[in-house]
Write a protein that binds this ligand. Sequence first.
Ligand SMILES: NC(=O)c1ccc[n+]([C@@H]2O[C@H](COP(=O)([O-])OP(=O)(O)OC[C@H]3O[C@@H](n4cnc5c(N)ncnc54)[C@H](OP(=O)(O)O)[C@@H]3O)[C@@H](O)[C@H]2O)c1
Length: 345
Amino acid sequence: MNSNEVNIAIVGATGAAGGTALALLLERNHPADKITLMASERSAGRKLQYGDVELTVIHAKEEAFDGIDVALFAAGGMVSRRLAHKAVERGVFVIDKGSIFRMDPTIPLVVPEVNGDDIDWHPGIVSTPNCTSTPFVMVLDALRKLSAITAVTVATYQSVTGTGVAAKEELIEQFRTVLAGGKAEPNVYPHEIAFNVLPHVDDFLEDGYTKEEQKMLNESRKILHDENLLVSATCVRVPVEVSHSESVQIEFESSVSVADAKRVLDEYDGVIVVDDPSRNEYPMPLSATGRDEVLVGRIRKDIAHENGLVLWLACDNLRKGAALNALQIMDEALRRDAFKPAAQR
Ligand SMILES: NC(=O)c1ccc[n+]([C@@H]2O[C@H](COP(=O)([O-])OP(=O)(O)OC[C@H]3O[C@@H](n4cnc5c(N)ncnc54)[C@H](OP(=O)(O)O)[C@@H]3O)[C@@H](O)[C@H]2O)c1
């Protein structure tokens, strides 16, 4: 079956990740009559532009999934908890972008380039990683071909769209207010985000890390099938609209050359090396935004750790970090005949 024959529902279509999924479907010329947009009751009746067509948003509830083949859930954990299994009971293949199913051992957590095989054992739901984990595991997967990875230290620089539409609006509003001489009022975040950085993404845990930092460890281990991998993350919110960046320090079992690292990264599907300091070329959020690939650069030997490499990456958190990865899971599942569309049931 061709992916354009699939009846797709986007749950959370009015949000940042859901809106990007809709934009990606338009790029793929997915037929408008095979798209169902769902959101909360508040948005029922709202029209969203899809090329020349206006699509009407409906309230996400159980009955709305009849006739749907694939549902992309991007409406937060509570909605997934309430509706994902109900959709599966109606024969829908669910791809969930939230965090609630990610560490469930019965549900695969997939980045197709890394562990597409895991789609084969899905119970009706496949989960997608956190937007920081996705580019991170792709880079680690490429590099571990050169030598086993023993430990990774990563600092993230995460854009506000990672939090959603409300955070993006707050950033712009705060910039306007401060530039006009006013005092920014924080609402989405605990402090002002304009002209500031917050070393605080998601809730703090007892060990001093945050849940976001813990996700980078746990999700990497699950996707890479490596329970011994050590990841120490510091996740930071920065006043950037779209695309997350990461400073990554990797320790290997044996020495890895910069040239070999560039080669395996460049050969890896979905990764592009952008690394020419002599021309001021390196990955940046502005250059990653709107692109499907993970950009990697500043690749160099780590002078502080034997067998270490240091690099910098940038990735569009709404595309590969969310919506694109979900659509690639759908493509991979179709290729593997891993679910039955309604027309074939
Ligand atoms: N943003 C990212 O970079 C990113 C990356 C990976 C994963 N995700 C995940 O994607 C999900 C959505 O994140 P987001 O950033 O897109 O958030 P967002 O911009 O705040 O959008 C939230 C969406 O959920 C809908 N929603 C809220 N309550 C609902 C309800 N009771 N029933 C049905 N729909 C409801 C909203 O609809 P209304 O407009 O009607 O309120 C809206 O469409 C989260 O689970 C997040 O973890 C996001």
